[in-house]
Design a protein around this ligand. Structure first.
Ligand SMILES: Cc1cc2nc3c(=O)[nH]c(=O)nc-3n(C[C@H](O)[C@H](O)[C@H](O)COP(=O)(O)OP(=O)(O)OC[C@H]3O[C@@H](n4cnc5c(N)ncnc54)[C@H](O)[C@@H]3O)c2cc1C
Length: 529
C-alpha cells in the first residue's frame, strides 16, 4: 500500500536565520515550547525568538504519524483550553463530546461491570447518584467540594511572593487543606468507601499512570474537571494543533530550527548564555533560555551536575519520573463496521478491579511492569470514527518502566521484537475480549511503540510520558521550580497534558514579563485579552 496521507506537521520547515544573539531560545517544539513561544511573541515586540527542535516537525508527544496509509495519533483528548486558543488566535475544527466522556469496564472474574460516564461535572454527579443511590449525599458533597477547590486553584500565584503566600490560607483554604492529601485521602474524607464507586472515581488518577493512594488530590481533581467538563478532539489529525501553533509562531517572526539537537546548555559564571548543538561547533547565544524537555535530560545532561548546587542535584536524584507505556496502534480492514461497536468516546477503558492501579504502579517502581491476566488496565481509542479516515484503533497501556527495552532494541533486536509481539498480543486479546470481537482477523497494520520508542522520540532518559509523576510528594511547591539554579535558565513544568502544557507557557512568559501578562496567576487569566 502506498503512502497517500500528507500530515500538516510535515508542511513546516526551518526558518532559522542564524542570528548573532537571540533574546530567547526555547528548547523543544512540543506543546510547552510552542505555547511559550506564542505567548511570548504576543506580549513582546521585536524580540528575537528561536525554538530548537531535534525532530523534523513540531509537536513532541502530541502528534500523528502514518504507516502504510493509516494515520495513528499519540494524544486523544483535547481538554477545555478554548479560551487559550481564542487568545492565541488558533483556529481548529474541534468535535465536542457532548454525550459520554468515557466507557469504563471493570472486570471481576467472569463478571464485567460497565459504566458510561457522561461529560460535564453536573451530569457526572447525577449519573453517579443514579448508579450509587446509597452514596448520593457523599457524591454530591465530594463533587461540590471538588468544583470549589478547583476554583480556588485559580486564585493561586504561579511563583508566589511573600505577600501572596500570606493570603493563600484566606483565598484558597481548600487548596491549603489538600496540599498534602492524596486522591484516595480525599475520597476517604467524604466517606466514599463503596469499592465500585471508588473504582470509577479513581479512573481519573490512572490517566497519569499513578494510583490514587499516591496521586495529588488537587491535581487529580483538576485533571477530572479540566478534561471532562468540556471535552473535544480535532476533526482532523492531532498533529494539526502543534502544526498551526508552529506556523503562527513563524508568521509572527519566531524562528524554528528543526532537526537540531541541543547537546549542551552553556553555563558561564552561573548564567546560561547559549546552547551548543550536536554535530556543530558553533554556539547559539541567548539572553534567556527556556527548556521544555525532560528535566533529567535538561538539568543532568544538557546543563550537567557540575554546574548545579549539590542540594539541587540531590533533589533531582529523588524525583520520580512518570511511567512509560506500550501503545498498540492497529489499522483495520473495512470489513469491520466501527460505528456499530460503541467506541465513539474519548476513552474506552478496561481494567481489573480496585487495587489494580496500585499493583501496576508498584511493578513500574520496581523497574518493570506488573501486567497479567488478572491485573491489567488499558485504554482503547478510536480516532477514525471522528476523522473519517481508514479504521484505526490505539490500545494505550500504562504503566511500563523502561527496563531493558532500549538495551534490547539496540543490542538484541530479536528479543526486542519478541517482547513487542508478546505484549502486543496480550493487549490485542484483552481488546478482543472486551471491546471488539474478532479484532485480530481485521488487523492490516500493527505498529507497537515501546518504552524505548518513547525514550528515543522524546529524549526522556526514562521514556516517561507525563514528565514528573503526579505524586502528592511532587506537587505544587514540591515540584521543580520554573526558576532553575542557573540564572537566565527557566524550566516550566506546571503539569503534563494539553492543559498543563498551555499553563507552562502562560506561567513562564508571565514570569519573564514580571507578571505584566497574567498577573502572576497560576492559571490563564491574562491582564488584557
Ligand atoms: C501516548 C501519549 C498520549 C497522551 N494523551 C494525551 C491526551 O489525550 N490528552 C492530553 O491532554 N495529554 C496527553 N498526553 C500528554 C501530552 O501529550 C504531553 O503532556 C505534552 O504533549 C507534553 O508536551 P511538552 O512540550 O511538555 O513535551 P514534549 O512533547 O516531550 O516536547 C519536548 C520536545 O523537545 C524535543 N527535544 C527533546 N530533547 C531535545 C534536545 N536535546 N534538543 C532539541 N529538542 C529536544 C522533543 O523532540 C520534543 O519535541 C499524552 C502523552 C502521550 C505520550
Amino acid at each position: 500500500m502506498t503512502n497517500t496521507v500528507k500530515l500538516k506537521r510535515d508542511e513546516l520547515t526551518s526558518n532559522f536565520s542564524n542570528g548573532d544573539k537571540y533574546d530567547l531560545v526555547i528548547i523543544g517544539s512540543g506543546l510547552s515550547g510552542l505555547s511559550t513561544g506564542l505567548m511570548w511573541l504576543k506580549n513582546t515586540e521585536g524580540k528575537r525568538t528561536l525554538i530548537i527542535e531535534k525532530n523534523s516537525y513540531p509537536g513532541g508527544y502530541s502528534t500523528a504519524y502514518e504507516r502504510s496509509g493509516y494515520v495513528f495519533e499519540t494524544t486523544q483528548l483535547f481538554p477545555d483550553i478554548i479560551d487559550i486558543l481564542d487568545y492565541l488566535e488558533i483556529e481548529l475544527d474541534l468535535k465536542q463530546f457532548k454525550g459520554n466522556f468515557m466507557r469504563r469496564l471493570v472486570v471481576d472474574g467472569d463478571h464485567v461491570e460497565e459504566y458510561k460516564i457522561p461529560a460535564g461535572s453536573e451530569n457526572f454527579t447525577n449519573y453517579l447518584v443514579e448508579k450509587f443511590p446509597e452514596d448520593a449525599g457523599k457524591i454530591r458533597a465530594l463533587m461540590e467540594y471538588s468544583v470549589e477547590m478547583f476554583k480556588q486553584v485559580r486564585k493561586l500565584k504561579a511563583h508566589s511572593k511573600l505577600k501572596d503566600k500570606l493570603i493563600i490560607p484566606f483565598q484558597a483554604p481548600k487548596v491549603v487543606a489538600n496540599l498534602n492529601r492524596t486522591y484516595s485521602g480525599l475520597l476517604d474524607k467524604f466517606g466514599i468507601n463503596n469499592p465500585k464507586l471508588r473504582e470509577v472515581m479513581e479512573t481519573f488518577t490512572s490517566f497519569s499512570g499513578v494510583p490514587s493512594a499516591r496521586a495529588s488530590a488537587i491535581l487529580a481533581t483538576g485533571a477530572m474537571l479540566s478534561s471532562m467538563t468540556r471535552c473535544f478532539r480535532p476533526y482532523g489529525y492531532f498533529d494539526e494543533f502543534p502544526a498551526k501553533m508552529a506556523q503562527l509562531f513563524q508568521e509572527r517572526s519566531g524562528e524554528i530550527l528543526f532537526d537540531s539537537e541541543v547537546e549542551k546548555i552553556i553555563v558561564e559564571n552561573g548564567k546560561a548564555t547559549g546552547v551548543k548543538l550536536k554535530d556543530s561547533d558553533g554556539i547559539i547565544r541567548a539572553d534567556k533560555i527556556i527548556t521544555t524537555v525532560d528535566p533529567m535530560l535538561a538539568m543532568r545532561k544538557l546543563v550537567g551536575d557540575e554546574h548545579l548546587p549539590s542540594k539541587y542535584v540531590e533533589r533531582l536524584e529523588n524525583i520520580i519520573m512518570s511511567t512509560s507505556s506500550i501503545n498498540v496502534a492497529l489499522g483495520l480492514d473495512d470489513k469491520i463496521d466501527m460505528t456499530k461497536l460503541d467506541l465513539d468516546y474519548p476513552y474506552n477503558v478496561v481494567s481489573t478491579g480496585l487495587g489494580t492501579a496500585e499493583k501496576l504502579f508498584d511493578g513500574f517502581l520496581a523497574g518493570d511492569n506488573a501486567f497479567s491476566e488478572d491485573c491489567f488496565h488499558a485504554a482503547v481509542i478510536c480516532p477514525s470514527l471522528t476523522t473519517g479516515a481508514k479504521n484505526t484503533i490505539t490500545i494505550r497501556c500504562t504503566p511500563f518502566a523502561l527496563n531493558g527495552w532500549t538495551e534490547w532494541r539496540e543490542n538484541d533486536y530479536e528479543r526486542y521484537k519478541k517482547e513487542k509481539e508478546r505484549w502486543g498480543d496480550f493487549f490485542i486479546n484483552i481488546t478482543e475480549k472486551y471491546f471488539i470481537p474478532n479484532l485480530s482477523k481485521h488487523i492490516v497494520v500493527k505498529d507497537i511503540s515501546t518504552p524505548a520508542t518513547y525514550a528515543r522520540y522524546s529524549g526522556s532518559p526514562t521514556g516517561s510520558l507525563y514528565d514528573m509523576a503526579s505524586l502528592v510528594t511532587q506537587f505544587g511547591p514540591k515540584r521543580l521550580s520554573m526558576k532553575t539554579p542557573i540564572e537566565n535558565l527557566y524550566q516550566p513544568k506546571f503539569a503534563h497534558g494539553l492543559y498543563g502544557t498551555m499553563m507552562n507557557g502562560v506561567q513562564v512568559v508571565d514570569l519573564l514579563l514580571d507578571r505584566k501578562f497574567n498577573n502572576g496567576n497560576s492559571l490563564f487569566a491574562p491582564v488584557s485579552k
